[in-house]
Write a new protein. Structure first.
Length: 162
């Protein structure tokens, strides 16, 4: 078995907006809260450019700025894409202790609990939880992993191209 490598995954928010801050959105029919939507990608690999040309990297510091403790990861849905060989998985990352969005509340929505991450090393922990999906060698699918991070504030996006 190959040794698991960490720090090989990025969380990327794609947008055509070039301002210094990204607003959380609540326009997903399956997710009833404001979130910053990211794509889990292998470093250097592009995912879903249709969401925008600008890539804004979301880091552990960004997640810690929103909530410094433990977060829970839930699988919301999964479906085959319209293009051959594409499979989409939608997750949410929610601060633990958020009223109505604990394990029981999310399971009542049909979401599956997948694990927990601490804000201080969220990217590495998320790679442990979803990284094998990105490297699925059992079929020819390109797996798209999208994660809605519950976010009340603004995400600092830097200046210019990210």
């Amino acid at each position: 078995m190959a040794e698991r490598r960490f720090h090989n995954m990025d969380l990327v928010h794609r947008t055509n907006y070039w301002g210094s801050h990204i607003n959380a959105t609540d326009n997903d029919d399956e997710v009833p809260f404001e979130a910053i939507w990211v794509q889990a990608t292998r470093k250097g690999r592009c995912c879903c450019p249709g969401f925008g040309q600008r890539r804004v990297l979301v880091t552990d510091d960004d997640i810690s700025d929103e909530f410094q403790g433990w977060w829970s990861l839930f699988l919301v849905s999964q479906e085959r894409g319209h293009s051959y060989g594409h499979f989409f998985l939608k997750y949410v990352l929610i601060p633990q202790g958020t009223h109505g969005f604990g394990k029981r509340g999310c399971e009542n929505r049909g979401w599956q609990y997948k694990g927990q991450v601490h804000a201080s090393n969220a990217t590495e922990s998320l790679e442990y939880l979803v990284g094998s999906i990105l490297e699925d060698d059992y079929d020819d699918d390109f797996n798209h992993v999208h994660i809605g991070i519950m976010f009340d504030g603004l995400l600092y996006a830097g200046k210019g191209s990210s």
